[in-house]
Design a protein around this ligand. Structure first.
Ligand code: FES
Ligand SMILES: [Fe+2]
Length: 353
């Protein structure tokens, strides 16, 4: 049996994670726990975002309890000031600055209305490695973004969930699932840094959201493609065409289609930041539909949130990390194995340094 034991305290560091939506980061000090580290975020006067360890090296006061003085962070305890690189530039009443008086700063990139953070080796922080989001901001696609939920579960329970189309028939029967998909097998593909789990449910009743907005009068062929970019960015390509047509990419583009991006950032061993955005090719320029999509998907993700928090509690209570394996676990197992490989590679690298 392949072991899926991963210590809850291990996170892949050489990866871009969403630290915050752009709208959250401004001219005040925003504390946020990311990969179990306390980080403080803010913008300089020219708008550039900055992230650094939220801990003054003097007495460990959180810097987020201090204030911004121009582009400097001033500790709220004794007034030491740090620049955007984390270097201390002023100690009140003491001209010499000891060499240890600095905090770590982290590379950031701003894309898709989000501030992305890199907490691994800074030399590897290439913004080209941020997940690509096709159709973002393009005509023909409506966008609902800037969405957030806090999940009380380890991120690996979420990556399991996000390559698992089979749960939708049960967890999401009010929103994006129905019984029509129950017995349809899930196929899995794997390529460099990615896992895909997918299925087509043919000649089936449209699910609630498709009934509402798809304008379908009869049965549909619907698809769910669950893509995972390792370690923890997911997108779900979800849609339907009327049964009887072809199922080509062109006909999918003309059908009812959406892409949901779930951008996970581990917070601690038992909590995960869940940033999400949604692109759709139907009901464009109808603000009521934006509000309804936000509500429906929030409801959908709250359904996941509740079951995954309950699972985390069971894991904490029992310590069990080995489970009865089903064929639907193929993709989640591959994801865990590949993440373990990334963790092993990073640890080897650290050991070699
Ligand atoms: S704890 Fe920050 S200056 Fe003393
Ligand atoms: Fe779900």
């Amino acid at each position: 049996m392949v072991s899926n034991v991963i210590s809850n305290s291990q996170f892949v560091r050489n990866a871009w994670y969403v630290a915050a939506w752009s709208k959250e980061v401004g001219r005040s000090l925003l504390p946020r726990t990311i990969l179990n580290e306390n980080v403080v975020l803010f913008r300089k006067q020219d708008g550039t975002p900055v992230a650094m360890t939220d801990r003054c090296p003097h007495k460990l006061a959180p810097l987020s309890m201090g204030e911004l003085v121009g582009d400097l962070v001033q500790c709220g305890y004794h007034g030491m000031q740090y620049d955007d690189t984390g270097r201390c530039v002023r100690i009140p009443g003491q001209p010499p600055i000891p060499p240890g008086a600095r905090v770590q700063s982290f590379p950031l990139a701003e894309k898709y209305n989000a501030v992305w953070i890199w907490m691994g080796e800074a030399a590897l922080a290439d913004p080209a490695r941020i997940i690509d989001i096709p159709y973002y901001g393009e005509p023909g696609w409506a966008l609902v973004d800037g969405q957030y939920l806090a999940f009380e579960t380890n991120y690996l329970n979420l990556t399991d969930n996000l390559v698992d189309p089979a749960h939708t028939s049960y967890v999401h029967k009010r929103t994006i699932g129905n019984a029509g998909g129950e017995d349809v097998p899930v196929k899995v593909e794997q390529s460099e840094g990615r896992v895909l789990a997918y299925r087509w449910v043919k000649d089936a009743e449209p699910v609630p959201i498709m009934k509402k907005y798809g304008g379908f009068t009869g049965n549909v062929d619907r698809w769910q493609y669950y893509h995972l970019h390792l370690p923890s960015n997911s997108y779900v390509d979800f849609g339907a065409v009327a049964t009887g047509g072809d199922n080509s990419e062109a006909s999918k583009q003309n059908g009812f289609r959406s892409f949901t991006y779930n951008l996970l950032t581990p917070e601690t061993a038992g909590r995960t930041h869940y940033f999400w955005l949604h692109l759709r090719n139907y009901a464009l320029d109808v603000p009521e539909v934006d509000a309804d999509i936000e509500r429906l998907y929030r409801l959908t993700f709250e359904e996941d949130r509740d079951i995954l928090a309950a699972i985390q509690k069971q894991q904490d209570k029992t310590g069990v990390r080995e489970y009865v394996k089903l064929s639907i676990d193929n993709a989640p197992s591959r994801v865990r194995t590949l993440i373990q490989r990334m963790l092993d590679a990073e640890q080897k690298q650290v050991a070699a340094e």
